[in-house]
Design a protein around this ligand. Sequence first.
Ligand code: HEC
Ligand code: HEC
Length: 205
Amino acid sequence: MFRLKTVVLCAALALAAPIALAADKVVIAPPAPGSVSREQGLDAWGRIFEVTSHPRCSNCHVGERNRPMWSGPSYGKTQVHGMNIIAGESRIGAEFLPCATCHAASETGNDVDHAAPQVDDDWRLAPVEAQWFGKSSVEICNQLRDPARNGERSFMDLARHLDHDVILHWAWKPGGSRQPAPYSLQEHVNDILTWGVAGQPCTND
Ligand code: HEC
Ligand code: HEC
């Protein structure tokens, strides 16, 4: 009897994650070609920058020092990741202590303050050319529309990437005292599409 209950409980836990993600499914519906002005595109960009520069995103989108950051209200002051964590060129800490030692996926949720976020077994730093931490709006804007620095993605590919990544779903529901990224994942996807249909304008054009 005890055994059966355990099996049922485990099955319920195993199902919980996919169901939660399915409920978050975003819709990718770009505005009609030619229907978005440069001004509207730049407005959308302004909101996109609020997201990309937010700690839930920029703590991982760091440069060639290969050091994740601890920043945002839950951390108090901005600092490099404690415990001398270095991601190395592998960006997963393979040369030192692998990120997955502490950041492996778990079903327990992430409500314990100051615990390592456990979302994905593939927790790693973003590529160096996708550095956002400490960069200005115009710098990130030019990066994100440059295929050589955005993983060869069109704006449609960027929107689809945002939906597929479990880490991004976490960034809007981080749990505990961590502040979620601004707006919602759906609004962020809509802004990427609006900016894209406007021709991906940046303020320096
Ligand atoms: C755990 C670290 C981590 C966090 C947190 C994170 N990212 Fe990333 N991001 C990555 C990695 C790794 C890649 C490269 C993945 C790939 O190319 O398939 C990436 C790539 C991207 C890309 C593809 C374009 C590019 O410039 O390479 C976008 C867009 C992106 N992230 C958006 C976000 C947003 C928005 C947030 C916050 C809501 C965020 N990321 C938070 C690790 C992270
Ligand atoms: C020894 C355990 C450990 C290892 C290994 C580790 N981390 Fe962490 N990490 C933590 C803890 C604990 C926190 C949360 C600290 C807090 O909230 O005060 C954290 C937080 C983070 C954050 C901030 C998340 C946010 O937005 O609040 C990032 C980014 C991060 N780690 C990236 C990495 C990367 C990349 C690696 C591998 C190169 C790595 N960590 C290796 C324990 C670890």
